[in-house]
Design a protein around this ligand. Structure first.
Ligand code: SF4
Length: 210
């Protein structure tokens, strides 16, 4: 079966997530409320893999990391390091352009309480696999959090147990592609000081050196 880059708008492969989306569609008909497609050029050398759309962020606006705190830190860092051009306006029509990087999520649909199950991450992995296969010049992946780390390794046909997750750790994979780990740039992680903006910048900078 050919690899698919994007799930259908009404993908129901994860029944729990499809039901959650249906409830959100009824409550907020003006929100995106569907799988969130990746953002950025396919000929980028860097792919940033987040966890899943935030309820009031990407699930509302339809663009990864757009509209909630995680996006404030991510896009500010990308602009600072020359990986994005323009101003981040917390909305998909802000004109922001990604430069040499693309952003997606390990799980394309918003999960309740930001927590996809392992089965949901495995099911949606087929689209991450398609995403990776569609990037001919891919050299590095920046993976945000352990679930994205594991999903990305699986999508590359590798065993997650062979590569321990650690913030700012650089794994050189057998294909030569580099996988760089970072704690997720969520509000929770920054409020608890698990991840500071400086720590995040260090990981993004390492990933950008490709
Ligand atoms: S998370 Fe992925 S596989 Fe699951 S329903 Fe959404 S798009 Fe489909």
């Amino acid at each position: 079966m050919p690899l698919k880059l994007d799930p259908p708008h009404d993908c129901a492969l994860c029944p729990r997530l499809a039901a959650f989306l249906a409830g959100n569609r009824a409550a907020h008909p003006d929100w995106h409320n569907a799988p969130v497609p990746a953002f950025g050029p396919l000929d980028a050398r860097l792919l940033i893999v987040g966890l899943a759309p935030g309820l009031k962020g990407a699930n509302r606006t339809g663009r990864p990391f757009t509209g909630d705190y995680a996006g404030d830190l991510l896009y500010a860092t990308l602009i600072k390091l020359g990986l994005a051009k323009g101003a981040y306006g917390q909305r998909p029509d802000d004109g922001l352009q990604l430069m040499g990087c693309r952003i997606t999520n390990a799980v394309r649909c918003v999960p309740p309480e930001n927590k996809p199950t392992p089965a949901e991450a495995k099911t949606c992995g087929q689209f991450l696999k398609g995403e990776i296969a569609a990037m001919p010049t891919l050299a590095s992946l920046l993976v945000l959090g352990r679930i994205s780390h594991e999903a990305s390794l699986r999508a590359l046909g590798l065993k997650p147990s062979a590569y321990a997750f650690g913030h700012a750790k650089i794994h050189v994979l057998p294909s030569g592609i580099r996988l760089i780990d970072s704690y997720h740039c969520s509000r929770y992680n920054t409020q608890t000081n698990r991840l500071t903006p400086a720590m995040f910048e260090e990981a993004v900078r390492a990933a950008a050196q490709n």
